[in-house]
Every structure is written in C-alpha cells, then in structure tokens.
Design a protein around this ligand. Structure first.
Ligand SMILES: [Mg+2]
Length: 239
C-alpha cells in the first residue's frame, strides 16, 4: 500500500538539539524518552521526522536506532529514509581529502591539551571543548588551522569546534529542502549551532525555523534548550 504523503517534515539537528552537549562528543546519547517521542511523532499521520547533522551517517544510524527518523549526516551530504538513498554527487571526490587533512590537523594541534580531531567522510572536525588553552583564546587555533586549509575547503566554527568542510554550496538547509520536495511537505527545522544558522538562512520564509538556546539567530522562533525541544515536539505530536 502506498504511504500517504507526509504533509509536515520535522527536521532536527542532533547535538545540542536532541541531546545535550557533552565534554566528549563520543559520549553524546539520545535518551530513551526522546527516542520514543521521535518514534511517536513519526507515526503521526502526515508527519515525517528527519535528523540532519554534521555527524557521520554511521554515527546517526547507531544513535537514532529505533527512533523511526530519516537521517541526513555529513552536514546534509547524505539522505536516507525519504525516497531513494541519496549522496551528494561530489561526496566521493571530497572524501579523498579528510584522511590527510585529519593527519595535518592532528600535527597542528599536537601539544594542545584536550584538543581532538574527528575525521568524517567529507569533513574534519577539531573539537576543543576539553582544551583550556583554546577556551581562553580560540583565535590562535583558528589561525593554525587556517594555515593548513586546502583549496576548495572552508574552515567553519561551531560550539567549541572548528571544522573543515567542502566549500561547495550544499549544507543542511539544501538537504532539508530536497527532503521537503520529495515529500511535498511543509518544514519545521530546529537547531542550535552555526550550521543550523546557515540552514535557517537558506530555508528562509519557506520554513518554520526554531533556534535552541540563546544568541543571535535568523530563526523565527526560539526554545530554551533541549527540554524546550521536547515541549515543542510534544505540541507537534498533538497537532
Ligand atoms: Mg547542534
């Protein structure tokens, strides 16, 4: 039987939106209650849930197991669960760079206590939430990393992370728009960090955009924190 087309696409970031940030990014988990809330939302008629994140797709598959959500990892360069599985056409070409870039980043942050690189398929994140010297002065690390940035790549900031990403004009917002076109659905997008700001901007007035937490934002609405996201999801589940 054909599934009824979704009318509403609820897209959410993962870290800082569905799960509280941790000092160690590998320790971030989805709580059991939020997992069942997502599953309940996804079973609502006309609703589809999409988690869109900078994390590798394999991490999202493990972290969101049982949540019934479609998944878009690598900052929207991969989309699974809404129509045919999709990869950005340049993903394979861009995936050649990260091993060497991660090694260069590791050399660059050697001696930086608590700094940690996280290679992804088409990105390399350098986390510094456990590096007191960088917390005192983030600009020095930025300068060092800017010095090893390859052509065609950009260095973007986030919450206590610098990340090398392809300079291609494709990110979370474009992946959400692709999923929405496939579903012919309206969009709610909820996120907390710099990449989400890019998506708030690119989605513009086509979407209901919700910023999690404080700080300047292009989103049209705001909730207070991960608990505020729960309350919003519960309201959406009733609609
Ligand atoms: Mg986030």
């Amino acid at each position: 039987m054909e599934r009824e087309p979704a009318r509403l696409l609820i897209a959410l970031d993962f870290d800082g939106t569905l799960a509280a940030l941790k000092r160690d990014p590998a320790a971030v988990r989805l709580s059991a209650s939020r997992r069942s809330l997502l599953a309940r939302l996804g079973r609502s008629p006309g609703v589809r849930v999409l988690v869109v994140s900078g994390r590798p797709q394999a991490f999202l598959r493990r972290a969101l197991a049982g949540a019934g959500a479609a998944l878009s990892g690598e900052h929207g360069w991969v989309l699974e669960g809404i129509g045919p599985e999709w990869r950005h056409p340049r993903l394979r070409a861009r995936a050649r760079q990260p091993p060497a870039l991660a090694a260069a980043a590791r050399r660059a942050v050697r001696g930086l206590k608590g700094g940690r690189d996280e290679p992804k398929t088409a990105a390399v994140a350098v986390h510094w939430r456990r590096a007191p010297a960088v917390i005192r002065d983030p600009s020095a690390l930025r300068r060092v990393l800017a010095g090893i940035r390859p052509r065609g790549w950009r260095l973007a900031g986030g919450k206590r992370v610098w990340e090398f990403r392809p300079a291609d004009a494709w990110g979370k917002g474009e992946a959400i728009a692709l999923a929405a076109r496939r579903l012919r659905a309206r969009v709610v997008f909820i996120g907390d960090d710099e990449t989400d700001e890019e998506a708030f901007r690119s989605l513009g007035r086509r979407a209901r955009t919700v910023k999690v937490g404080g700080g300047a934002t292009r989103a049209r609405e705001r909730v207070r924190g991960v608990s505020g996201v729960d309350a919003l999801l519960r309201r959406l589940a009733r609609v």
